[in-house]
Design a protein around this ligand. Structure first.
Ligand code: UD2
Length: 314
């Protein structure tokens, strides 16, 4: 019987991994979350099937015992957001770098089988060529991008130096049900969903021609499970994206079409630290991990909109 730990398991992506594990038959799933950006509500329907620990990855002693003996730790706990890391660099640094270091130390000390780490596509920065391939030189443009990149390097070092198995997945703009739209730092598609439900204009930073490889959360959760099982991948890094590229203007047009609500977006100045274009080359993840994203952007957005509508009506 395998024991799984999901740090940040009450978050949007972490809770999707928890549900995917349970669907795959896992019987022992523990969640670590300090509820800073996560919500217990995200675990409502699975609460009876998991262990929940309100604990903070900045505190080694709080988490070491929970990680001990786990077969796989999915490390999702983080303060996401490029602009938040610019406005509040200290907590973002402490959680994303020091917290990750603690998780790796505790995993090593506790004999954990493998750590699957939530890395970020922001590490690439602006590359001359698209799609972005893992072998490219990284050019982080924000504290957040650098912090997530440091975590990757630490995973690689713990694998090479201490023999702890690690796999890093560079997430490409994950979206879907349960993404919290309530903060100015929220993911843009969750903000678009909230805008149509409340019938108010979103603000697009820049001219809206920047593009992202938006990736549906269920596809990312499945890839995590595959990364947990794959053989001979320790120390490796993989793009976790779809391989497509959608501009913000296209995304806003789609949200309006799917919802039947027409509102012009407002436009504001471009955001500091913003990457202009992002698109994953998924060759390596497909080859080594069997990555097989199932959701087209339109399918994923349809499901996401349905979820936000139901949540608003509840
Ligand atoms: C970065 C990473 C992503 C993930 C995420 C976590 C890149 C390319 N992607 O996402 O993989 O790690 O950080 O937070 O670095 N925007 C608006 N209006 C809004 C909000 C955002 O126009 O109200 C724009 C924003 O300027 C950007 C795009 O939408 O051009 C996406 O922003 P985001 O905050 O959803 O995600 P991003 O790309 O910073």
């Amino acid at each position: 019987m395998s024991r799984y730990v999901v740090t940040g398991g009450a978050g949007f992506i972490g809770s999707a991994i928890v549900r995917a594990l349970l669907r795959a038959g896992a019987s022992e799933v523990a969640v670590i979350d300090n509820l800073l950006t996560g919500h217990e509500l995200n675990l409502d329907e699975v609460r009876g099937s998991i262990e929940f620990h309100r604990a903070d990855i900045r505190n080694y002693d709080e988490i070491a015992g929970i990680l001990r003996g786990a077969d796989v730790v999915f490390h999702e706990a983080a303060i996401p957001s490029v602009p938040r890391s610019i406005d509040e660099p200290v907590p973002s640094h402490e959680i994303n770098i020091n917290g990750t270091f603690n998780v790796l130390l505790a995993a090593k000390a506790g004999g954990v089988g493998r750590v699957v780490y939530a890395a970020s596509s922001s590490a690439y920065g602006d590359t001359e060529v698209l799609p972005k391939v893992e072998a490219m030189i990284t050019r982080p443009k924000s504290p957040y991008a650098l912090q997530k990149l440091v975590g990757e390097y630490y995973c690689n070092i713990f694998s090479g130096v201490y023999g702890l198995e690690t796999v890093a997945l560079r997430y490409f703009n994950v979206y879907g049900p349960r993404q919290d739209p309530s903060s100015p730092y929220s993911g843009v598609l969750s903000i678009f969903m909230k805008s149509v439900l409340e019938r108010c204009s979103p603000t697009i930073f820049g001219d809206g021609e920047q593009s992202r490889d938006f990736t549906y959360v269920e596809d990312v959760a499945e890839l995590n499970l595959k990364a947990a099982r794959a053989k001979n991948v320790s120390g490796n890094l993989y793009n976790a994206g779809n391989g497509g590229r959608i501009t913000l203007n296209q995304a806003w047009a789609l949200v309006q079409r799917l919802s039947g609500v027409e509102i012009p977006a407002k436009y504001g100045p471009p955001r500091a630290g913003d990457v202009h274009d992002s698109q994953a080359d998924t060759t390596r993840a497909v080859r080594d991990l069997g990555h097989a994203p199932k959701f087209s952007f339109e399918d994923g957005m349809r499901r996401t909109l349905e979820w936000y509508r139901r949540a608003a009506a509840a």
